[in-house]
Design a protein around this ligand. Structure first.
Ligand code: PHE
Length: 454
């Protein structure tokens, strides 16, 4: 990738779509629905929306301005803006989080490839809901198959990172993102008209606050950071390739809106369908892999060609959405190794891919053959997910907001937000207030409450 010469994304739309490409991924379509299901539905969504507006958007703007001002990988960015201080550890923690997320994320991304093959070979035809549950379980606990796909997915990510994605990311995002959106809309329409879908819609729209406890807040906050790709310098790295005229506030707003919309729509596909065929909403990570094939079969029951086409298209687009996210995760770690340790880009990328395959294999096995080996009651897969999404990303976000709100020279902040005075900045004071007080206090409060830190 020619990104190390600090190239710019080609157009404003490209900037938005590449960042949205990082944000929109398995987090929206796979993780959001199962977290919503685990935490009781509508109330979780409301708290999630609060986290996006109050924490997500301000911290995204902060990451953007740190990245664009320093024009460096995330660890170096903090060194440039705060030389000889400990702030560089925030960037380094982000790099580590990126590596860990990429390892287990690729396991699920690999599953999408298996489902593409199933869809292409018409493997879903004529199956019942119970068959889908059984075949997912036998696939995900198989020692070899998921690992094979995990490796293929990481090699595809590797290939793009090494070849150069400047044009690749922008161009494919411009076609794939709108396509994904259209397919999602069609599937929502199919899902909400299935018999018995009302219960799923109610689950999404009628908040039951009696189910809200500390874990719901931690879950919603973690999901917001994960879904918006925040707290680990990913958008900071992308922003280092933004042009001088990119409006950071508007870009953050667009990315936030697109990401949230896709997640909510994914909920409207999964839950009506799950309730319709009697699958529990708290089925966990397998949720979309057992409900969606059902949607295709049932919604198009008299039209096998449409069922075939939609399932193939959906899983291809899901894999592409996952790929634009794995690229952004890989890029954070590769840029860091390449720039800080003077490795060639190819060597840096090989190191990252190798490490992720290694960890990924353990994560994958922990869902099957090594299921009994747990730490704090969590399998390795769940442990990676918990520590990154629920601890490292919010912690990184808290540090980024304290850094921008308290440490960073306000003239830099203003210069970046207003593009040197050429943009109006009606929310500037509010932004600083949130970064200084609201975000750090809210995150600390949720941590203290839920992780029992006091
Ligand atoms: N936001 C991505 C998704 O929703 C995942 C991701 C997390 C990507 C953190 C980059 C950094 O799938």
């Amino acid at each position: 990738m020619a990104k190390n010469d600090r190239a710019h994304f080609g157009s404003k739309l490209g900037v938005i779509l590449a960042s949205a490409g990082s944000a929109v991924g398995l987090g929206n379509i796979w993780r959001f629905p199962y977290e919503t299901g685990n935490h009781g539905g509508a109330a979780f969504i409301l708290i999630y929306l609060g986290c996006v507006v109050l924490l997500g958007l301000p911290i995204m703007i902060a990451e953007f301005l740190i990245g664009r001002h320093s024009r460096a990988n995330t660890a170096r960015a903090f060194q440039i803006l705060a030389p000889s201080t400990q702030w560089r550890w925030v960037g380094r923690m982000g790099v580590l989080a990126g590596l860990l997320i990429l390892s287990y994320y690729s396991v699920v991304a690999g599953w999408t490839l298996e489902y593409i093959t199933e869809a292409v070979t018409n493997g879903f035809a004529g199956k019942s809901p119970a068959d889908f549950i059984a075949s997912f379980q036998s696939f995900s606990s198989n020692p070899w198959k998921p690992i094979f796909w995990l490796i293929i997915f990481l090699l595809a990510t590797h290939y793009i990172i090494v070849r150069g994605v400047e044009k690749g990311i922008e161009k494919s995002s411009k076609i794939m993102m709108p396509m994904l959106f259209i397919i999602i809309l069609i599937l929502v329409a199919c899902s909400v008209t299935l018999p018995g879908a009302e219960k799923g819609i109610e689950f999404l729209l009628k908040p039951d606050f009696s189910k809200v406890d500390g874990s719901v807040f931690l879950g919603a906050m973690g999901q917001a950071f994960f879904s918006l790709s925040l707290g680990m310098g990913c958008l900071c790295t992308y922003a280092s390739y933004f042009g001088k005229d990119t409006n950071l506030t508007k870009t953050a707003l667009s990315v936030g809106v697109i990401d949230t919309l896709v997640a909510i729509l994914a909920g409207f596909i999964i839950f009506p369908a799950a309730f319709s065929v009697g699958i529990q909403p708290d089925a966990g990570p397998s949720l979309i892999f057992i409900t969606l094939p059902n949607v295709f079969q049932q919604a198009f029951s008299g039209m096998p060609v449409l069922a075939y086409l939609f399932s193939v298209m959906f899983y291809v687009l899901l894999a592409v959405a996952a790929l634009t996210s794995t690229i952004s995760l890989h890029e954070v770690v590769t840029a860091y190794l390449h720039e800080e340790f003077h490795l060639t880009r190819g060597k840096a990328a090989r190191l990252v891919t190798g490490c992720c395959i290694f960890f990924g294999i353990f994560c994958s096995l922990s869902l099957g053959v090594t299921k009994e080996y747990t730490l704090f009651g969590l399998s390795m897969f769940d442990l990676f997910d918990f520590t990154t999404a629920k601890i490292m990303l919010p912690l990184g976000g808290m540090c980024i907001s304290i850094f921008t709100g308290w440490h960073l020279n306000k003239s830099i902040v203003w210069e970046e937000i207003s593009n040197n005075g050429s943009l109006k900045t009606p929310f500037y004071k509010l932004l600083i207030f949130i970064l200084k007080f609201i975000a750090p206090i809210a995150i600390a409060f949720i941590f203290i409450h839920e992780l029992g830190l006091l």
